[in-house]
Design a binder for this molecule. Structure first.
Ligand SMILES: Nc1ncnc2c1ncn2[C@@H]1O[C@H](COP(=O)(O)OP(=O)(O)OP(=O)(O)O)[C@@H](O)[C@H]1O
Ligand SMILES: CC(C)(CO)[C@@H](O)C(=O)[O-]
Ligand code: BAL
Length: 294
């Protein structure tokens, strides 16, 4: 695996592959990799001739009071993990390599980006859409891989690609979980031992929602209220977003009926925010969602 920090180096390395007709799969990350990221890499390896992973902690998507400066980083460990999975190229630019001058151009999907997680992280999704567009322009991938854990992000990227006719196939990858069901996440390292134990309430809340729907709950607002109360049963957990939405569009849903719905959770433990979601409803409509890691 070769690691590059500049746009020119990566482009030069990829150009001959493109000329030879090889397909390129892109796995964008912010580093501090875990088994969830590795699942994205494995999918990219299976589908493409060449795999490019990126590690960039993108300042554009962090608010002033967020964790940009303390975001966990370990490039040497990440490189070893990517190399072991057969990644061909790692693009790990510095901020000056990505943004040599202050960015004047913004890619935004404003309606989808303003709600749910966006309502507590204003500007976050414009930062994501902008950097992902730039990464697409740099690497020119045939396919790009994103996790379903960040479901709103995945929805926004799909919409952006469709609206702008970006020539990339977006592939969503099911959430990889720890043994107790907690979704793997780089930010899990922020949790104290007590918070880590308490965080198991998040996947359990998804189970509880599934149970309530199976027991006949059809009112989306009532389901949200019940799930919120369930999470609040854990003293260390503060639910910021509990929302039942349409899984394709994220549009509001009032009734849970024939069609599957998506339950999105954004739960705070101290200063750490964790995301999770599950499709509820007809079983055959569910994606392969809950993957456990031993
Ligand atoms: N548990 C997981 N299963 C599958 N994909 C995941 C998982 N966690 C993250 N991803 C995906 O990996 C990509 C890079 O995510 P990122 O580097 O932000 O990791 P993260 O663990 O989500 O970090 P954070 O804790 O900062 O949210 C995103 O597409 C994200 O959805
Ligand atoms: C897609 C992404 C790498 C853009 O910075 C980031 O939002 C993430 O890690 O999910
Ligand atoms: N995992 C999404 C990137 C972020 O929280 O900034």
């Amino acid at each position: 695996m070769q690691t590059f920090t500049t746009i020119a180096e990566l482009r030069a390395a990829l150009a001959p592959h493109r000329l030879d007709g090889r397909t390129i799969g892109l796995v964008p990350t912010m580093g501090y990799l875990h088994v969830g990221h590795m699942e994205l890499v494995r999918r990219a390896r299976a589908d493409n001739d060449i795999v490019v992973a990126t590690i960039f902690v993108n300042p554009l998507q962090f608010g002033a009071n967020e964790d940009l400066s303390r975001y966990p980083r370990d490039l040497a460990r990440d490189q070893a993990m990517l190399e072991a999975e057969g990644v061909h190229y790692l693009f790990a630019p510095g901020v000056k390599d990505m943004y040599p001058q202050p960015m004047e151009t913004v890619v935004d999907v404003p309606k989808l980006g303003a709600e749910l997680e966006g309502s507590v992280r204003p500007g976050h999704f414009a930062g994501v859409a902008t950097v992902v567009t730039k990464l697409f322009n740099i690497a020119g991938p045939d396919r790009a891989y994103f996790g379903e854990k960040d479901f709103q992000q995945l929805t926004i990227i799909r919409r952006m690609v469709a609206d702008l006719a970006q020539p990339v196939e977006v592939i969503g990858v099911p959430t990889v979980r720890e043994a107790d069901g907690l979704a793997c996440s780089s930010r899990n390292v922020y949790l104290s031992p007590q918070e880590r134990a308490a965080a198991a309430i998040v996947p359990r809340a998804l189970d509880e929602a599934e149970r309530l729907v199976a027991a006949g709950e059809t009112d989306a607002r009532k389901l949200e209220a019940a799930v919120r109360a369930f999470i609040q049963g854990e003293a260390l957990a503060e639910p910021e977003v509990v929302a039942v939405r349409d899984p394709q569009t994220l549009a509001d849903v009032t009734t849970i009926g024939e069609k599957p719905v998506l339950l999105l959770l954004f739960v705070r433990f101290g200063s750490t925010k964790l995301l999770d979601n599950r499709v509820l409803g007809p079983k055959n409509a569910m994606p392969e969602h809950a993957k456990k890691v031993a």
